[in-house]
Design a protein around this ligand. Structure first.
Ligand SMILES: C[S@@+](CC[C@H](N)C(=O)[O-])C[C@H]1O[C@@H](n2cnc3c(N)ncnc32)[C@H](O)[C@@H]1O
Length: 247
């Protein structure tokens, strides 16, 4: 393999095909192939529908990923990273100069792209790796629900609830706006924690943002049922003072 091969992680936003940057579209169209992560070969992925709105179908290739595997650094996940890396490397061996890998949201925020890029670099150290930023789910939910993510000196804490409810509770006790990812199956326990913190009047969740069956609602609407994997929570910081009081 020669040098000059480029792997581009492209953020394609949370689901709405209009939330894709001009640069993301250009880099995907310029690439020899656009690889999209899917759960199974015969099932369209979350990024794929967005990519299809901008790129010809014949240049899209699916790579099976254990996207919501609960097993941590599981064998299944490692096999999936290796297999997806082989897909990318096969394209380079066949003469591709640029392979794009589409990822929901941003490629540098809890993305499978990180592990794919590490695996490709190990096998082909000359590969240039680049990323194109994308709109994250938290930004889409903030915009759609009218919740301000941060103002003045407020911190903004983004955490995956798979890292433990204790961490979520500590964040809720702080002065930060708290955004939670990966909490669908713990939704009712998350709702309890937000309630205990007194932040429930302003807290909101968005499930499957940008997809056909999306739902955006105040957290108080949760009835104890689980939410889908694609669910995001915003619990805004308390803002009782005057306008600009946190500056
Ligand atoms: C592996 S992370 C990917 C994050 C993504 N790279 C980003 O920048 O937003 C998956 C988590 O992102 C959030 N998420 C991504 N897309 C979403 C969507 N369309 N609707 C709601 N939440 C979403 C959910 O919390 C989900 O569990």
């Amino acid at each position: 393999m020669g040098t000059g091969q480029r792997l581009v992680g492209v953020g394609v936003g949370p689901g709405d095909p209009e939330l894709v940057t001009v640069k993301a579209v250009r880099r995907m169209r310029e690439a020899d192939v656009v690889v999209v992560p899917v759960m199974a070969d015969d099932e369209p992925g979350r990024a794929e529908a967005t990519v299809r709105a901008h790129v010809d179908a014949e240049r899209i290739e699916r790579a099976v990923f254990a996207l919501n595997d609960r097993g941590g650094r599981s064998e299944r996940r490692i096999r999936a990273w290796d297999e997806a890396a082989r897909t990318v490397l096969r394209h380079f061996e066949a003469g591709a100069d640029s392979v794009a890998f589409a990822t929901i949201g941003d490629p540098n925020v809890y993305s499978t792209f990180t592990y794919l890029a590490q695996t490709v670099r190990e096998a082909a150290p000359d590969t240039e790796v680049e990323t194109v930023p994308g709109v994250t789910a938290m930004q889409d939910l903030a915009a759609r629900s009218g919740r301000v993510l941060a103002e003045g000196t407020e911190p903004l804490t983004l955490l995956p609830v798979t890292g433990g409810l204790g961490r979520l509770r500590s964040a809720l006790d702080s002065d930060a706006t708290v955004v939670a990812y990966k909490f669908g199956r713990f939704a009712s326990r998350v709702a309890d924690a937000v309630h205990e913190s007194g932040r429930d009047p302003d807290a909101v969740y968005g499930a499957r943002l940008g997809l056909a069956d999306e739902e955006i609602a105040p957290l108080a609407k949760l009835d104890g049922a689980a939410l889908p994997y694609l669910s995001t929570l915003i619990a805004p910081a308390r803002r009782e003072g005057p306008r600009g009081g946190k500056l």
